[in-house]
Design a protein around this ligand. Structure first.
Ligand SMILES: Cc1cc2nc3c(=O)[nH]c(=O)nc-3n(C[C@H](O)[C@H](O)[C@H](O)COP(=O)(O)OP(=O)(O)OC[C@H]3O[C@@H](n4cnc5c(N)ncnc54)[C@H](O)[C@@H]3O)c2cc1C
Length: 363
């Protein structure tokens, strides 16, 4: 056990909601109780909206990463680079790869991971888009590997679309194929139509109406049928829960995400707050936009819970603005049934993304 006393508050994961909550505390001059601890798997938090721009060469790593040590220092929060591997909600205990902590209040914002097909040994290299650090390592090694002539991207959402286009820009001689059920099915038909044209212009092959259930050697399969062959695979298949969400003793939904109420508390354990992709709340999609909007309510509610005051309610917005990066500094906008694209939208996306990252202290 690390220290005999229970920590007053542990923040697990520096996801988007925690980043926003910490910035709120910084702006209002609030300091959480002494011995508050943030645990994150990496020294920095990656801003996902800028990741495709990093691959495409529009940004470098420091543009899209928020250093956590300086932020914690300003708030007098202890920071530990470690991986949470288990939570025992019944006994208020959290286990990491190296140690254990007891807590009085826990806030989980560790995100999700892309679900993966079955991969047999001796298969081609595969890289889930998250965790980002590992994905960036894989992408950098593939860029310098002449044997990687064809990359398959599994997934049909905004992340898969943007990553496919970004890979095309970063590896112009490599064949890129995108495999999915339906391209951008959460968006309007006009957005999907524009996206198909963008893929065609970039010479990215799109194969729809299929699901990849296994990867065997260099074959991407649906059950026993070979769908395509490739030299490497990117999994941009959305968010699945981390395995320890289901074993924490917290109430989870059928998929394994932690169920919360509108105050962002676990349905079964009110001393555990959960936000972002880890959480399951009707009306709140698993996307960065929703996680960011939860941040201010989380900041307020953690503070009120510590001070035994009443909590505020988070109301998920009905629709979220999506801005997807396109080549030539353009972007594609999707909002309700409205779609638009061009360089002005690209400039707007760049402004919003950079503004988010730049609000955090560098040292
Ligand atoms: C390429 C790409 C582009 C995207 N673009 C957009 C976009 O433009 N707009 C949008 O709305 N959504 C976008 N998304 C989706 C978005 O990334 C997620 O919905 C969002 O990041 C969820 O945020 P979160 O707060 O749940 O946590 P995350 O942002 O996933 O952060 C989780 C944090 O917890 C840490 N962590 C994870 N596991 C552990 C552990 N076991 N122990 C300790 N720390 C841990 C991670 O290191 C990370 O810092 C994109 C996704 C991808 C893959």
């Amino acid at each position: 056990m690390n220290g005999s006393q229970a920590r007053p508050l542990i923040l697990a994961g520096a996801g988007h909601a925690h980043l926003v909550a910490l910035k709120h505390w910084l702006d209002e001059g609030y300091q959480p109780p002494q011995q508050t601890l943030l645990i994150n798997a990496t020294p920095q938090a990656w801003y996902s909206g800028m990741m495709p721009g990093l691959l495409a060469g529009r940004y470098n790593e420091t543009d899209c990463a928020i250093a956590l040590e300086p932020l914690c220092k300003k708030l007098n929060i202890e920071f530990l680079i470690d991986k949470v591997t288990a939570v025992d909600a019944e006994h208020h205990r959290l286990t990491t790869s190296h140690t254990q902590f007891d807590y009085r209040l826990l806030s989980i914002n560790t995100g999700g991971q892309p679900p993966s097909p079955d991969i047999t040994a001796a298969s081609i290299p595969t890289a889930p888009v998250k965790p980002f650090t590992k994905f960036i390592d894989a992408w950098q090694s593939w860029k310098n590997d002449a044997t990687i002539k064809k990359i398959a991207v599994i997934g049909g959402g905004a992340a898969a679309f943007e990553v496919s286009l970004a890979l095309r820009q970063s590896m112009p001689a490599t064949e890129i194929v995108m495999l999915c059920q339906t391209l951008l099915e959460q968006h309007s038909q006009s957005v999907a139509r524009k996206a198909r044209i963008a893929l065609q212009k970039a010479a990215i092959q799109l194969q729809e109406h299929l699901s990849i259930t296994a990867i065997h050697k260099d074959c991407l399969m649906n059950e026993t049928q070979v769908i395509c062959q490739a030299d490497a695979v990117v999994m941009a298949t959305g968010a699945a829960p981390l395995p320890w969400y289901q074993t924490a003793g917290l109430k989870t939904d059928k998929a394994g995400f932690i169920q919360i109420n509108n105050q962002l508390q676990s349905l079964s354990h009110p001393d555990v707050f959960v936000t972002g992709d880890a959480a399951s709340l009707p009306g709140a999609a698993h996307s960065g936009v929703y996680a960011v909007r939860q941040g201010p309510v989380l900041a307020q509610n953690l503070k009120c819970q510590i001070e035994s005051q009443s909590l505020s309610k988070y109301q998920p917005q009905k629709n979220a603005l999506a801005l997807m990066a396109l080549p030539e500094k353009k972007a594609l906008m999707s909002y309700f049934n409205i779609s638009a694209q061009g360089q002005l939208i690209g400039l707007w996306k760049n402004y919003l993304d950079k503004r988010f990252v730049m609000q955090y202290p560098k040292k």
